[in-house]
Design a protein around this ligand. Structure first.
Ligand SMILES: Cc1cc2nc3c(=O)[nH]c(=O)nc-3n(C[C@H](O)[C@H](O)[C@H](O)COP(=O)(O)OP(=O)(O)OC[C@H]3O[C@@H](n4cnc5c(N)ncnc54)[C@H](O)[C@@H]3O)c2cc1C
Length: 388
């Protein structure tokens, strides 16, 4: 962050969404003196569909946010990965990572952003206004600012910003008009739940469990002595939905795996996501998207939050650079599209390869046989995905 601006400017930036991406971006902007509003439609702490695992690259990102030690203190260390491919067990050591509840991590980053000077408003929904912005055209030179309506229970307030960072996750709302989603048909959808009082003899602390079969995959990890996080990506479509409720399908995948005695029936309410595989142009004019909002690829070993934090930090750097160099704000979107493509596309492609392979019966069979005997064969792939 050495190149960050040091002087105070009159530009103001809005970050929409206080998940890991938005909060990281707001934190880094505030640290270098950029005036930033961070708005979040929900009240925190909030639950979120997530496997809650962070690997070494994610810890490195937390380090850059100066939150590594705080996150470690609130988490469970993970050192082992136990996979079940068509019921065949693969057991491998993994570099130290953590399992941390999103109810803990997200407010931690938001609070750091607020301490650094970001103006945070919870339970506030942002809507981009299109009176000046025409969705088919790039903004013209007259489009000096982005018009936004901020809606809270108390009021609807119209404000203008020099630039807007969309960190709204997978949500589909009026933000999509400017950066429309392209959804890949027949993609999976995400489900997660927290199970309380799961005996720690069935799901061991420090181990990431992943059961893969024809219906999708389920990840399980212990968050602390009493709570177990369960996250799954299940096949979509009418044939798949006839297999039962998401919870029944998750339980069936776990029952068919080599993990024994895991009962998920005594669980909290379940959360689901929209279809997961989707992409969009990451930036246009003064508006850029970061984290899941920039295009989603199913994570496999805990990459999602790492990429989200990384894109938040990198977007903050780019915005600071634009301010510092007095570049045209309208060039921000194009610059960001190139930057995010360079940083993440290779990793996302690798991840898609792995998750696609997990959906093929034959590939799972081959992976199960090979990795059960030679687990170290997975190391180059994991390190490549996890490198920052
Ligand atoms: C099944 C599953 C398992 C996963 N497991 C892992 C894992 O183990 N490890 C990992 O690293 N990643 C995992 N991920 C991915 C990870 O959850 C995401 O990549 C990460 O949460 C992205 O963060 P984000 O900040 O971009 O979005 P989010 O965390 O979704 O945050 C977006 C925020 O924006 C807010 N918002 C939306 N619209 C508006 C609006 N108009 N105004 C104001 N606020 C708004 C939302 O309320 C939300 O709080 C998993 C994902 C799935 C689906």
């Amino acid at each position: 962050m050495e190149n960050f601006v040091t002087q105070v400017h009159d530009s103001k930036v809005l970050v929409i969404g206080a998940g890991v991406a938005g909060a990281s971006c707001a934190l880094m902007l505030a640290r270098v003196g950029v005036a930033v509003d961070l708005v979040e439609q929900r009240q925190f702490p909030r639950a979120k569909v997530c496997g809650c695992c962070i690997g070494p690259a994610g810890l490195e990102m937390l380090d850059r946010l100066s939150l590594r030690q705080a996150a470690i203190a609130e988490s469970q260390k993970t050192t082992r990965w136990l996979g079940s491919f068509n019921g065949r067990q693969v057991d491998m050591p993994i570099p130290d990572g953590i399992a941390i509840s999103r109810k803990t991590l997200d407010p931690m980053i938001v609070s750091a952003a607020e301490t650094a000077g970001a103006n945070v408003t919870m339970q506030c929904t942002a809507e981009l206004q299109f009176s000046k912005l025409q969705s088919d055209d790039l903004p013209s030179a007259d489009d000096k600012l982005v018009d936004v309506t901020l809606k809270t229970n108390a009021s609807n307030e119209n404000r203008t910003y020099s630039a807007v960072v969309v960190a709204a996750g997978l949500s589909a709302n009026r933000l999509d008009k400017w950066l429309p989603w392209q959804q890949v048909p027949h993609g999976p959808f995400g489900v997660s739940l927290t199970v309380a009082n799961q005996p720690d003899t069935t799901v061991l602390p420090g181990v990431i469990y992943m059961a893969c079969d024809d219906d999708g995959y389920v990840g399980l990890v212990r968050l602390n002595e009493s709570e177990l996080d369960v996250a799954a990506a299940l096949c979509s479509g009418s044939a798949a939905s006839k297999r039962g409720t998401p919870l029944q399908r998750i339980q069936r995948i776990v029952d068919r795996s080599c993990f024994e005695g895991i009962d998920l029936q005594t669980s909290s309410p379940m959360m689901t996501t929209p279809m997961l595989r989707r992409k969009r142009l990451a930036g246009k004019g003064r508006i850029i998207a970061i984290g899941d909002a920039a295009g989603y690829v199913e994570p496999f070993t805990g990459e999602g939050m790492t990429w989200a934090m990384q894109s938040g930090v990198d977007a903050a750097k780019l915005i600071a650079h634009v301010i510092d160099q007095r570049d045209e704000w309208c060039s921000l979107g194009a610059k960001w599209t190139v930057a995010i493509d360079q940083q993440l596309q290779h990793k996302k492609r690798l991840c898609r390869l792995v998750t696609n392979a997990c959906r093929s019966h034959l590939m799972r069979e081959a992976a199960g046989i090979t990795l059960a005997r030679f687990p170290s064969l997975a190391t180059p792939l994991l390190s490549s995905i996890n490198r920052i």
